[in-house]
Design a protein. Structure first.
Length: 136
């Protein structure tokens, strides 16, 4: 977070977090945020359907996770990672569309692919020739 919250705020936050955890039967997740000078404690409960219990209980019983909270935390971490990768991918698509709009694209057909292959081959030969010249 980067900023010190101060002793009183931190103690009040810990008390509120403890109270939230005691009053719910489902795993509760807390996040403390500081934005625009306002300190906010976010809490949410995670309920699972009976059909999803094996999804949690199996890894817990095998020792992969210590609790349901750990399993849900890992699922949220993986979801956040997937969403980050998705956003990066969508950004590359936007970049590609902008490039095409600027006329920087290359048509994809048999002739253009043959030309591209020839360009790559010529660059490879030129690089190989330069390396051989530098070794002499």
């Amino acid at each position: 977070m980067g900023r010190s919250l101060g002793g009183r705020v931190a103690i009040a936050t810990r008390r509120r977090a403890a109270a939230l955890r005691e009053n719910v039967g489902a795993p509760t997740f807390l996040r403390l945020t500081l934005a625009c000078g306002a300190l906010t404690l976010w809490a949410w409960k995670c309920f699972s359907r009976p059909t999803k219990k094996p999804l949690f209980n199996g890894p817990i019983e095998s020792g992969r996770f210590r609790s349901k909270e750990d399993a849900v935390r890992e699922a949220l971490r993986q979801w956040e990672e997937r969403e980050r990768k998705r956003a990066e991918f969508l950004a590359t698509i936007d970049d590609a569309k902008a490039s095409l709009a600027r006329g920087e694209g290359r048509p994809l057909n048999e002739q253009s692919m043959s030309e591209l292959a020839e360009e790559v081959k010529n660059r490879g030969h030129a690089r190989l020739g330069a390396e051989k010249q530098s070794q002499r």
